[in-house]
Design a protein around this ligand. Structure first.
Ligand SMILES: Cc1cc2nc3c(=O)[nH]c(=O)nc-3n(C[C@H](O)[C@H](O)[C@H](O)COP(=O)(O)OP(=O)(O)OC[C@H]3O[C@@H](n4cnc5c(N)ncnc54)[C@H](O)[C@@H]3O)c2cc1C
Length: 387
C-alpha cells in the first residue's frame, strides 16, 4: 500500500536533520527523513572534525555563521541536546604579504557584518595566542576568539531527537532510487528501494551524493565530492585542548586538539574514484612533516595511522551553499553544496529552508546569493578557495 508525506527529506545527516527539525518546529506535520545508511552519522557528518568559524571572506557565509552561532548558543534550550560549542578561537596565519592582504580583506567583510571580536594580529601577538608555533616565517594573521569547536554528531543527534519528538520519522536503510512527476511537472512520488511515498515536497539533503539524487529527479545539480584526509596523533598532552584552531592561509594546513589527540589536515587531490575516502600513507607522511616543521613539539608525538580517516566535502562550483527550490520544479528543494562548512552552517540552513518552504521566502537572511539558479549568472562573485 502506498503512503504519503507532507515533506520527504533525502539524507539524514546534520543538514537533513536540521531541516526536519525546523520544518516540524514550524508546524509541518508528516515529515519523513529517508536515508540509505543503516544508522545516523554514516555520511560526511560523522567524518567532520568540528570546527566553527565566522571568519569567512564572503558576507553570506559570515551571516550564516552568525545565525548558526546564535542558534548553537541556545541549542540545549531549542533541542534538548548538547552541541559541544567551545569558543577556543580560530587563528589564521599569513606567511607573506599577499596572504595577509587576503586575510585583511576578509576581516573587513567580517567586521562589516558584525563579527566584532575578529582582529588582525602581528607575529608577537600570534606567539602569545599560540606559543607552540615555530615563529619563523609568520608574517601576521587574524584571530577571532568566539570561533571554536562543535560536536558534529551531537548536533545531528540533537536535531534528530527534537524532530522525532515533534513527530518526524527517520527511516534508515531507505535508499531513494527515483522520483515520479505529476502532470504539472512537480514531484508527486518518492520511490525507495522498498516502497513509494506520495509527497507534497522533497528536500535533497544528500551531502556529497546530492547530484546523484537530483539526477534521479531529472535535475542538474553542480555538487561534487572532494576527499579530505585527517591525520590524528596518538593520545598526547603536547598541546592543550584550549589551543585555537590554527590555519595557515597559504596551503590550508590546520590543526587542533580533540579528545586528547591532535588532528591535522592539509588539502590534497582526490583519488581516481571521486567517492574514495581511503587515506594515503604518502599524504600522512607529508602532513606530519609540515606539522613538525611548524609545531616543533609534535616532533616527539606518534601518528596513530590506523585511526587516520578520510571523508568527502560536498563542493559547489563557487564554494557556497545551494539553498532553495530547483529551477522549474517548485516542490523540489536543495539544501546542498556547503563545501566543507555544512556542520557549522546546518542550524542556519535548516531554519532558512523551513522559512522558504513554509513562508515562501527566507526572512532571517538574504539568501539570494545561495539561489540554485545562480550558476548561469556572469558576474556572480566567487568565494575564495579557503576562506
Ligand atoms: C574531513 C572532514 C572535515 C570536516 N570538517 C568540518 C568542520 O570542521 N566544520 C564543518 O562545518 N564542516 C566540516 N566538514 C564538512 C561537513 O562534514 C559537511 O559539510 C556536512 O556533514 C554535510 O552534511 P550533510 O547532512 O549535507 O551530508 P551527510 O552527512 O553526508 O548526509 C547525507 C546523507 O545522505 C544519505 N544519502 C545519500 N544518497 C542517498 C539516497 N540515494 N537515498 C537515501 N539517502 C541517501 C547518506 O547516507 C548520508 O547519510 C568536514 C568534512 C570532512 C570530510
Amino acid at each position: 500500500m502506498s503512503r504519503s508525506a507532507a515533506c520527504a527529506i533525502v539524507g539524514g545527516g546534520v543538514v537533513g536533520a536540521s531541516v526536519a527539525y525546523h520544518l516540524a518546529a514550524r508546524g509541518v506535520r508528516d515529515v519523513v527523513v529517508l536515508d540509505r545508511a543503516p544508522r545516523a552519522g554514516e555520511g560526511s557528518t560523522g567524518r567532520a572534525t568540528g570546527g566553527f568559524r565566522a571568519q569567512f571572506a564572503g558576507a553570506t557565509e559570515v551571516q550564516l555563521s552568525l545565525l548558526a552561532r546564535e542558534k548553537l548558543r541556545r541549542f540545549a534550550d531549542e533541542t534538548g541536546g548538547d552541541c559541544g560549542f567551545v569558543a577556543a578561537g580560530y587563528l589564521w596565519i599569513a606567511e607573506d604579504d599577499a596572504q595577509l592582504d587576503a586575510l585583511r580583506a576578509a576581516l573587513a567583510v567580517q567586521r562589516a557584518n558584525g563579527v566584532d571580536d575578529a582582529v588582525e594580529v602581528d607575529a608577537d601577538e600570534i606567539a602569545q595566542i599560540n606559543p607552540y608555533l615555530r615563529g619563523a616565517g609568520v608574517r601576521g594573521g587574524t584571530y577571532c576568539p568566539s570561533d571554536g569547536f562543535i560536536r558534529p554528531l551531537q548536533i545531528l543527534d540533537g536535531y534528530r531527537g527534537a524532530a522525532e519528538r515533534l513527530g518526524v520519522r527517520f527511516e534508515w536503510d531507505a535508499d531513494v532510487v527515483g522520483f515520479d512527476r505529476g502532470r504539472d511537472g512537480t514531484i508527486a512520488t518518492v520511490r525507495t528501494k522498498r516502497d513509494e511515498i506520495a509527497v507534497q515536497n522533497v528536500v535533497n539533503a544528500a551531502g556529497p551524493w546530492a547530484a546523484h539524487v537530483a539526477a534521479l529527479a531529472g535535475l542538474e545539480l553542480s555538487v561534487s565530492p572532494l576527499r579530505r584526509q585527517v591525520a590524528i596523533t596518538a593520545p598526547t598532552d603536547a598541546l592543550p585542548a584550549t589551543m585555537p584552531m590554527t590555519i595557515y592561509a597559504g596551503d590550508g594546513f590546520h590543526l587542533r586538539v580533540r579528545d586528547g589527540r591532535v588532528l591535522m589536515l592539509i588539502p590534497s587531490a582526490g583519488g581516481a574514484d571521486p567517492f574514495d575516502v581511503s587515506v594515503e600513507p604518502a599524504w600522512i607522511e607529508s602532513v606530519t612533516r609540515v606539522a613538525r616543521e611548524r609545531v616543533p613539539c609534535l616532533e616527539a608525538v606518534e601518528i596513530d595511522r590506523d585511526a587516520c580517516w578520510g571523508g568527502l566535502y560536498e563542493m559547489s562550483p563557487d564554494g557556497r551553499a545551494i539553498l532553495g527550490a530547483a529551477p522549474g520544479v517548485p516542490n523540489f528543494y536543495f539544501a546542498n553544496g556547503s563545501s566543507g562548512h555544512g556542520v557549522m552552517h546546518a542550524p542556519a540552513l535548516g531554519a532558512l529552508l523551513a522559512e522558504i518552504i513554509v513562508d515562501g521566502r527566507a526572512t532571517s537572511l538574504d539568501v539570494s546569493p545561495l539561489r540554485p539558479a545562480r550558476f548561469g549568472d556572469a558576474d556572480e562573485p566567487r568565494s575564495t578557495e579557503l576562506l
